[in-house]
Write a protein of this length. Sequence first.
Length: 95
Amino acid sequence: MSEHTSGPWSASDKFGGTVWAGEDCVAEVSGHDGTWATSEANAHLIAAAPEMLIALKDLRDWIRYEVEIDGCVVPAYTARLRAAEAAIAKAEGKP
């Protein structure tokens, strides 16, 4: 899988639910219920994806440090580390 279009992305309500990277259209979104409001909400969520991925990777690295380097044995940390790693893999198109 190739790299995603670099961010930042923005959502435009002008055309329903359109996600932009500068002047390039990244996605056109429609809601499952066919309403403009759902399309716009979906577009805003998608537009936040690049920044959320960066933030999640930073949090993963911090949790990994706490668990693996610092020896902090907190079950909630290891569970959240696995969840973060799974979400990152999904975003990067990995199994």
